[in-house]
Design a protein around this ligand. Structure first.
Ligand code: F6P
Length: 319
């Protein structure tokens, strides 16, 4: 009987549990043995490994976080760490490793592949910064969480005629800021993909005020800096009292949305199908609503395309 391993790595994301559940149940249905690896690559190196069955994943589809825990290992990125990880997998007779995580975690899977380990990846990160897939697990929930919080921030911002700079996650990718900003009618977006001078943004805010828009939300992706500096500069440039909020880790928690549960379930199911078909060295992606297993190397080399048309629309709608 073929034995597979599964781990989650990097930042947790709502929906990872649904993916774990789908992998375990599809594997068990098809007569595969599943070993869960706790705490990502660090747990693999420390042999924090246990057998899983259908019951191990009961009652988790609606839970945020990851049942398998996660980590960012210091040793795994080294060649000695990767060699040791490959040895541990062989010792446990794990023939295929399923890795659920973002870019860094899937790069780790690629390193194991180069050492002769069969892997299948599933993109899970709230940042939605994996270019090969239209969506990553957790992004939809994170945007919904941000929208809910911004609604509350808007109430108080409106009441005080203020500006509020709302910082969201996204080191290299402005998707959370842009999607949440569009859905909340944010006045401006400061995102890594667009280098718009703050003076230009502030001029728009002043013009908006002249037309009677007395409160404004500015979305800020963390990759562009911290909200405190922006608050100070925006207040100086506009003369309007400016406050800020960092939404922080609340964006990563909470029950996954229906979209993330279904995305994750499909990806987990297809990951096991890829294993059954011998189609390893791949990652499951979502493109135009379809699920595909594509070469991991090709996926990692696929740049994230910025949705310029969507950005332009946000600019028009936020006039
Ligand atoms: O999960 C992605 C992400 O949330 C990034 O947006 C963020 O910069 C990072 O992870 C922070 O994660 P941690 O503090 O857990 O290392």
């Amino acid at each position: 009987m073929k034995r597979i391993g599964i781990l989650t790595s990097g930042g947790d994301a709502p929906g990872m549990n649904a993916a774990i559940r789908a992998v375990v149940r599809t594997a068990v249905f098809n007569g595969l043995e599943v070993y869960g690896i706790n705490r990502g690559y660090a747990g693999l190196l420390e042999q924090d490994i246990y057998p899983m069955n259908s019951h191990s994943v009961a009652n988790i589809i609606d839970r945020g976080g990851t049942l398998l825990k996660t980590s960012r290992s210091d040793f795994f990125p080294t060649s000695a760490g990767q060699k040791r990880a490959a040895e541990v997998l062989k010792e446990y007779e794990i023939e295929v490793l399923v890795v659920i995580g973002g870019d860094g975690s899937l790069n780790g899977a690629m390193c194991l592949k180069r050492l002769g380990i069969e892997v299948v990846g599933i993109p899970g990160t709230i940042d939605n910064d994996f270019g090969a897939s239209d969506y990553t697990i957790g992004f939809d929930t994170a945007v919904s969480t941000a929208i809910e919080a911004i609604g509350k921030i808007r109430d108080t911002t409106f009441s005080h005629n203020r500006i509020n700079v709302v910082q969201v996650m996204g080191r290299r990718c402005g998707d959370i800021a842009m999607y949440a900003g569009l859905a909340c009618g944010a006045k401006a977006m400061i995102i890594p993909e667009k280098d718009v001078p703050l003076e230009v943004i502030c001029q728009r805010l002043i013009e908006g005020r002249d037309r009677g828009k007395m409160h404004s939300i500015i979305m800020l992706a963390e990759g562009c800096g911290g909200y405190r500096d922006y608050c100070k500069k925006v207040q100086e440039l506009t003369g309007v009292e400016t406050k800020g909020t960092n939404l922080g880790y609340i964006q990563r928690g909470g029950a996954p949305s229906h979209f993330d549960r279904n995305l994750a379930s499909n990806m987990g199911y297809q990951a096991v199908n890829a294993i059954l078909e011998g189609n390893t060295g791949t990652v499951i992606v979502n493109r135009n609503g379809k699920y595909l297993a594509i070469e991991l190397e090709e996926a990692l080399a696929t740049p994230k395309i910025f949705d310029e048309a969507m950005y332009q629309m946000t600019q028009i709608l936020s006039m």
